[in-house]
Design a protein around this ligand. Structure first.
Ligand code: ZN
Length: 101
């Protein structure tokens, strides 16, 4: 996966287009990510006991990884991700400033 948890990403399509948020969760088998405050959907949270109230909360739903672009922490621009091998490990590269991410 070219996107990892805690990355900053920019949303490319949909109602949250242009929004930048932090990746909260990566679902590699579905190629989807959950991004903070993006693609919010209303969910009912049911009361588990009598002292709690059931409430409606807004929670981010996953979006497809092709709909987001990584924001480089070095140059702060949305960028494509390259990669290279360093000491037999894959490192990610910003295509704009060539920084390792
Ligand atoms: Zn960069």
């Amino acid at each position: 996966m070219r996107i990892k948890k805690a990355d900053q990403v920019k949303v490319l399509t949909g109602k949250d287009k242009g929004r930048i948020g932090k990746v909260l969760r990566v679902l590699p088998e579905k190629e989807r990510v959950v991004v903070e405050k993006v693609n919010l959907v209303k969910k009912h949270r049911k009361a588990k006991n009598q002292t709690q109230k059931s409430e409606r909360v807004m929670l981010p739903a996953s979006i497809h990884i092709s709909n987001v672009q990584l924001v480089c922490p070095k140059c702060n621009k949305p960028t494509r991700v390259g990669s290279k091998q360093v000491d037999k490990k894959n490192v990610r590269l910003c295509k704009k400033c060539q920084a390792e991410i």
